[in-house]
Design a protein around this ligand. Sequence first.
Ligand code: OGA
Ligand code: MN
Length: 323
Amino acid sequence: MSTTITEAISTHGLTPSLRVIQNGFGAEITGLDFSNGVTDVGYRFIEDAVKRHGFAVVRKTKLDDETHLELAKKFGDLDDVTPYNTAGRVHRLKYNELFDVGNIDIDGSIVDLSSPRGEANKGNSLFHTDSSFNPRRAGYSLLLAHELPPLGTGGSTAFADMRAAYRDLDPEFKNFLHEKNFIARHSLLHSKKMAAPECFRDVEPSDHFMSRHWLLQVHERTGIPTIYLAKHIHSLEGVSSEESQSILDRLFDHATQDQYVINVQWNDPGDMIVWDNTCTMHRAVSGEFVTKYRRDMRRATVHDDSSLAWGLNEKSNKRMGLP
Ligand code: OGA
Ligand code: MN
């Protein structure tokens, strides 16, 4: 299939190439840009790469806000920030379907780390999947770089391969997890509190909505089993909080070992990463840039359309927070 797509794109004068990054995980695509518009073949090339390899870094896409959204809509229905705009926060970007995940304030200055937004941003540096805390989780995310800090000051994004992590689980532990078939409870407040305990010390996540998803899942697009893990997970149902914590710690220690993790360097504005939240985790890698240099990153978030999209949650339009 990918040969056909490559041929189809070549006939349009482009010759994209794909390099698998590590152990079958992650693809780096070069030679695919959208300066002449967003095409179905371009979309299919990326979608196929993400399906096989969990995420794809597309270099020098030449996308802007409009074409970014046009491409994202080919992946499915988009989430938007409207629930948060009403909570007193002013959206800096032109489109509500673009999540503003960099470190830039509404006036163009760098977000103060001790401001509410600065504190809330810290949660992004924990391994997570997008929107697992909402009733309907995210499927794909498309993150486009608009402005990057100087090289060597931080700001890369790391990914973990959850299909490989599942495959390599210790067989006894794997059996135990299957026997228990745990339901995990996800909360945005929980991960924010973990990342900024002082700021959220008066918040008790269990007083608020928690989204429920099976811990072990089959990745529907490929039929490959995976672990739906994220630092948004507050607890596993059916065991004591101590046992829950020790199982989660063991899973995180296992899944974030070097052989499953790739740290992606952003090279140029226009670079984009597309990932599948249902078989990977990711995190923002911080660094000295956070207080010094602007990092303008905009994310289109595609609602999951698989049969596991809503987990065990009631279907509702409720959404829990940013980003
Ligand atoms: C996101 C995210 C990481 C980063 O956009 O969902 O987690 O490196 N971003 O900005
Ligand atoms: Mn994220």
